[in-house]
Design a protein around this ligand. Sequence first.
Ligand code: IPD
Length: 286
Amino acid sequence: DQLPLQEIHDFMIEIAHKAGEMITAAHPSTGAAGNKKNSVDLVTETDRAVEKLVSTSLREKYPDFDFMGEETYKPGDTITDAPTFICDPIDGTTNFVHRYPYVCISLGLAVNRVPTIGVVFNPFTKQLYTAIKGQGAFLDQKTRLPLSTPTAFEDGLSSCLVAVEWGADRSGNDFAVKSKTFENLAKTKEQGGGMVHGLRSFGSAALNICGVASGGLDVYWEAGCWAWDVCAAWVILYEAGGIMADANPGNWKPTVDGRRYMAVRAGEGQEKVVEQFWSLVEGKFE
Ligand code: IPD
């Protein structure tokens, strides 16, 4: 059976706006935020309330679809081939509690485990990124992404603007891989580094990927985030001509729940950028 993708997409946008109203009406504070795994892995009442609103509305309208959300996920939960809504009620929770407006709701639909519809909405700036697989990606439902004609990567990775994230794991192997790789990226060519124009850590995986889809960011690289951080933006990225590779060297076909991602914007030479980046990754994510 063909799914009514357009209708589902429109409903997801409606829900994202409702969620956005809840997010902007909330009064979070750094003190009131609880934590999950450790002192920097934050969650608020608003995260939970927004996820409840989203899951209830989606289940009511699409009772046969599965739902996976950050706040109700249990270790061992997997994404099946069934149509599955994958939701992060607040991506950028740390920004949210600090009132830094780089925050979004990330709402995706995977079909056969392939990201198929993506809705990413920042309720503070009102930017809405959307895509249906095969139908292009849009900002505010009217402007096609990327926002300008993509230039070729003439200098490869050098001169790229790269988004990376520390994430919430601040020890162990994966933290070491990130720290060393950040240094390698930033070092000049004379020092054997990648000499990127800049490294940025804005604090929302979904908005970072939408930034790459838009073309302002050239690359986003992270390990440790989850399917709900990337599923929605993944569709938007591909529909904008971008590609997603693994954060670990060698794998061109990462899965949505693989927890390691490198997004590269549209433009001639994007594969070369991935390979150059991989050559600077020091160690391997587990
Ligand atoms: C986090 C953000 C952050 C990324 C983390 C994610 P959350 O999501 O996307 O940028 O570094 O890996 O978990 O916790 O704000 O929903």
